[in-house]
Design a protein around this ligand. Structure first.
Ligand code: OOB
Length: 567
């Protein structure tokens, strides 16, 4: 028998208990922190206080609209709800620094829960609605979460059952909190709020506010520790760049917990500016266009495949979209051709956004010339964002050349949470984050994303770490080795192709069976390989590594051939 492939070994061990969550987050050296404070970027605010401030200033204005349940919360109501739920969470024994995995769809409760946790100082861990057993178990176990917040069911999936299973396996998980009428054997969110209590141990501006997920290129998603100070700065900067004010109405169409709709400028940036957030259960034109007309939506953010759908639908819609002022597009490369259609078709400005949950966010500006708006992915928020474009040996390249993007700044993390080994390679010794993106910088300081060096597939904005999927494939008894690569796709930009070497001496599995196997292991549907190709061996590079470049070229050629044959 052939021994299992070496790359199957990415097992995570959950050993040392987390005593002090902050101690596991690498932070900015003092001289940088002082610089960012002196520049007025870090202003000593916290999320809990920010909401209180807004409630005082414009308490009667609407903050959150959830059309599915006819909820319209004013700032005063959201503020009070956060206080009452914070008291309820404290009553459950949830304390400052505790981790709470939050997996909610675009519903009003998302904001009630998140602001209550911010008030307590407990750290939301932002799972996406698409995540399943494999991801959720990892988030709960790795962060030693004390609670997990879910809907009862969403998109035909019963989250209570998944929560039962996770709870049985993760000993730290004391509470499952269900936003919905039927909590099963768990706690009902609506039963928790109590009389507000005075907070004795309020979080400080330089404390961690939450853990965000990385798109990742390794076996398991890494966790991104963001502080109140740093994230609030990125919100303020984003709100300025997108000219938000109290009259702004943001349609949250992408999953609310993702960094783009959360903060670029997203729902939190809109709340920062005193505007209104409208939650869309689905991002497709059929559900979003009526909301734009009814609520007078002024801006929203979309990934490129959705922007394309919107452009096509807008050409013959009967809904009035004239309130729309800005469409932000980001998460994956938006083609110049599509970018040129935005203003003529939707009658609004386009802002391209090139951001990452680790920090750095670039925007094209509202007063940029059209050429820059349609051909670049913008420039950084902050004058203190440091950008380097380097070669394979970390040497700075001359202006205009294509190379690896490294960055450091007032809202870019200095390391992932509890990942010292990974941090040693993901950051330079002087604290620059290696984005894995291959870019070119124009004379105006705008960045153009030319490609990617990280082992990740960008499936229309949804990130798939090749290694994570390879590990699932390698667990199949008839698979000897696996390599996951991107293949071109006219709609999503990229899809995933799994190259598989079957084990010798056993009947090779069929493609559908391989997909079914991966799905049954419980992971987000968007990570299930779109295509499975069987080979007897992988092409290798000069030093004997699997050549993913050759695999990508092979599948691209193969797809072209299939297309030619079908014509
Ligand atoms: C956003 O955040 P993540 O963490 O899901 O993914 C970050 C990665 C970037 O490193 C880059 O590879 C890719 O997504 N990306 C883009 C892009 N925007 C992001 N690639 C090409 N063109 C773009 N415009 O995706 C994210 C976070 C905040 C705002 C916007 C997007």
């Amino acid at each position: 028998p052939v021994p299992p492939a070496a790359s199957a070994s990415a097992r995570v061990t959950y050993t040392a208990p987390v005593a002090d969550p902050a101690a596991l987050a690498p932070t900015w050296p003092d001289e940088f922190a002082e610089r960012y404070r002196a520049a007025g970027h870090w202003r000593g605010e916290t999320f809990g206080r920010m909401l209180r401030e807004r409630a005082v200033r414009h308490g009667d204005r609407i903050a959150i609209v959830d059309p599915a349940t006819d909820i319209r919360w004013t700032y005063a109501e959201l503020d009070e709800r956060a206080d009452r739920l914070a008291a309820g969470l404290l009553g459950l024994g949830i304390r400052k620094g505790d981790r709470v995995v939050v997996q909610l769809p675009n519903i009003a409760a998302f904001f009630e829960v998140v602001f209550a946790l911010f008030r307590v100082g407990a750290l939301p861990v932002f799972a996406l609605p698409a995540h399943r057993y494999s991801e959720i178990r990892h988030f709960c176990a790795f962060t030693e979460a004390v609670a997990y917040v879910v809907p009862d069911a969403a998109d035909g999936f019963d989250h209570r059952e998944l929560a039962d299973r996770i709870r049985a396996e993760v000993p730290t998980l004391r509470h499952v909190i269900v936003a919905g009428d039927d909590p099963g054997r768990h706690l009902r969110l609506a039963d928790l709020p109590t009389e507000p209590v005075a907070l004795t141990d309020e979080p400080r501006p330089d404390d961690l506010a939450f853990l965000q997920l990385s798109g990742g290129s390794t076996g398991v998603p890494k966790l991104i520790p963001r502080t109140h100070d740093d994230y609030l700065y990125s919100l303020r900067g984003s709100a300025d760049i997108c000219a938000l004010d109290e009259d702004s109405v943001y349609l949250c169409a992408l999953p609310a917990a993702h960094n783009f709709p959360l903060s670029s400028p997203g729902s939190l940036g809109t709340l920062y500016a005193g505007g209104r957030v409208v939650l869309a259960a689905r991002p497709a034109p059929e559900s979003a266009f009526p909301l734009i007309e009814r609520e007078g939506v002024t801006l929203t953010g979309l990934v490129p495949p959705l922007a394309l759908l919107w452009l096509d639908a807008a050409e013959h819609t009967s809904y009035d979209l004239s309130s729309l002022e800005i469409l932000l597009v980001g998460g994956a490369r938006f083609s110049e051709q599509a970018a040129r259609r935005v203003t003529p078709t939707l009658g609004c400005a386009l802002q391209q956004v090139f951001g990452m949950a680790e920090g750095l966010v670039n925007y094209t500006r509202l007063d940029d010339p059209e050429e820059l708006v349609v051909t670049t992915q913008g420039r950084p928020i902050s004058p203190h964002d440091e950008i380097r474009v380097v070669d394979d040996e970390d040497r700075d390249l001359p202006p205009g050349e294509v190379g690896h993007l490294l960055t450091r700044g007032p809202y870019t993390i200095r390391g992932y949470w509890n990942a010292p080994e990974h941090n040693a390679t993901a950051f330079t010794t002087d604290g620059f984050y290696r984005t894995g993106d291959v870019v070119r910088r124009t004379a105006t300081g705008h960045l153009v994303v030319e490609g990617r060096a990280k082992d990740q597939i960008n499936r229309g904005g949804e990130k798939v770490a090749a290694e994570e999927i390879e590990n699932h494939l390698l667990a199949h008894p008839a698979i000897h080795d696996a390599a996951v690569v991107s293949m071109p796709d006219p709609y999503l930009g990229e899809r995933t192709c799994a190259y598989v070497v079957p084990r010798e001496g056993v009947a090779p599995p069929r493609a559908v069976e391989v997909k079914r196997f991966v799905r049954a292991r419980g992971l987000a549907e968007y990570k299930v390989p779109d295509r499975v190709e069987f080979v007897t061996a992988f092409p290798v590079t000069g030093i004997g590594k699997v050549s993913k470049k050759d695999l990508r070229a092979a599948i691209t050629e193969h797809l072209k051939q299939l297309e030619r044959d079908s014509n």
